[in-house]
Design a protein around this ligand. Structure first.
Ligand code: NIG
Ligand code: FE
Length: 417
């Protein structure tokens, strides 16, 4: 099956198969009036329409961009998309001044979602996850990293990862599963967290790996959750399980998670609201991607991650939603781009690269995803405006009009098909 996207005002993309860093983050390839052709799910041509006509047969299908801007679809490299219940009561409490950690310590927070998720059936979790994936897709995201972490026991962690696997099999959005069983200490182990760490290392991680349910592991490395020493023990077996490492690092307190992520060879260090100059230097000298989640700073009303310092120091920066019920309940990458620019001081070109090519790199997929180049997967969006800056400039609305996944239109005129 072949598809031609034509009639664009601009076709805009970062280029390459590795993460961009420093100044290179802002370098976009911008072609006016270009067309994009896809054959069997792969991009086969980007360029001049007349040249396309000379070199290629008539396509099976044509998608009219109507003077809109064509970009790579978003990759969202940090999400917690499977959960039951919701936490708007805590949101109200935070608006009245309580902090995220105070609420967590008083029995709310992650453990309240764990309570609801443990009681939910697999079918309930599957249905709500599928609905969320529809929202991701309508906002232009075709690939997500998807964490477990609201089970905190073997049975429920496996149920969550199986839901992720089932959704991946039938939904147009691709899901890359991460085991985040080390998201919090569950209530039954509160009096002796070491027992839960032993269970994670001895039972939960090996069983998840044996079943092939995850491709990566993550730990919430945070004051009052898992400290640096516990985190490094929890991550020590990752390579034996064949897992890459992501790390919730320096989110609420400056613990040194970024340095630990680099030391452990993590693919990404995520959050970084409180990263120190030493953490920034460590990331800049490594291949670990700094995944920034400005939705969380916005929603928890915390200071922004130091995106400018990270970029100007030469770190590879990516953007993600952190979609979850407690600290960032959104599926919208356009919203995240707006916060990245208006909050963290990135420019729109940097944000586009961070949400596409670098986001693909943050899940180890920059060779196949994240840019509009021959040979890459044909995951493409068409926005309702002529230039890419409108992604952010026209903030607070969904600019995505059409979405193409694997060379097939899956959203047309904002409707799922
Ligand atoms: O990334 N920090 C830990 N996990 C999530 C929050 C999860 C929750 O509050 O339910 C985060 O911010
Ligand atoms: Fe998170």
């Amino acid at each position: 099956m072949s598809l031609l996207i034509r009639g664009a005002h601009q076709v805009v993309t970062p280029t390459g198969s590795t993460a961009r860093r420093g100044r290179d983050l802002a370098e976009l390839d911008i072609r006016f009036g270009a067309v994009v052709r896809c054959d069997d799910g792969i991009i086969s041509f980007v360029g001049d329409e007349a040249e396309h006509r000379r070199r290629f047969p008539v396509p099976d299908e044509i998608l009219e961009a109507d003077r809109g801007c064509v970009l790579p679809a978003f990759v969202d490299p940090h999400t917690h998309p499977v959960w039951a219940g919701s936490r708007e009561d805590e949101f109200d409490r935070r608006l009245r001044g309580e902090t995220y950690m105070e609420i967590a310590k008083s029995g709310g927070g992650i453990n309240s979602t764990v309570h609801a998720t443990r009681r939910a059936t697999e079918e309930e979790l599957f249905a709500t996850t599928m609905a969320r994936l529809d929202t991701f897709l309508r906002h232009g995201t075709t690939t997500i990293e998807a964490k477990s972490g609201y089970g905190l026991d073997l049975e429920t962690e496996i149920r969550m990862l199986e839901v992720i696997g089932r959704a991946h099999a039938i939904h147009p959005v691709d899901l890359h599963p991460t085991c985040l069983a080390a998201h919090e200490v569950p209530p039954e182990h509160r009096s002796n967290p070491e027992r839960y760490i032993e269970e994670l290392i001895g039972v939960i991680h090996p069983e998840v790996a044996r079943r092939g349910l995850a491709e990566a592991v993550d730990v919430f490395c945070e004051t009052g959750v898992f400290d640096l020493e516990q985190t490094s023990r929890l991550l020590a077996g990752a390579a034996d399980h064949g897992w890459r490492i992501h790390l919730h690092a320096d989110e609420l307190t400056p613990l040194g998670g970024a340095e630990l992520a680099v030391e452990m060879g993590a693919l990404s260090a995520d959050h970084l609201l409180c990263v120190t100059p030493m953490g920034i230097a460590a990331l800049a000298g490594s291949d670990t991607i700094a995944v920034l989640l400005p939705g969380t700073a916005f929603f928890l009303r915390m200071p922004w991650a130091p995106a400018r310092d990270l970029i100007d120091s030469g770190c590879a920066v990516a953007l993600a939603t952190d979609c979850n019920p407690g600290s960032s309940p959104t599926e919208s990458m356009p919203m995240i781009l707006a916060l990245a620019c208006l909050g963290m001081g990135m420019d729109v070109a940097e944000a586009v690269t961070a949400a596409t090519l670098n986001a693909a790199a943050a899940i180890g997929r920059a060779g196949e995803l994240g840019s509009l180049e021959i040979g890459k997967r044909a995951d493409i969006i068409v926005i309702d405006a002529p230039t890419y800056q409108h992604l952010v400039y026209n903030f607070g609305v969904n600019p995505v009009r059409h979405v193409v996944k694997n060379g097939r239109p899956v959203v047309m005129d904002r409707h799922l098909i």
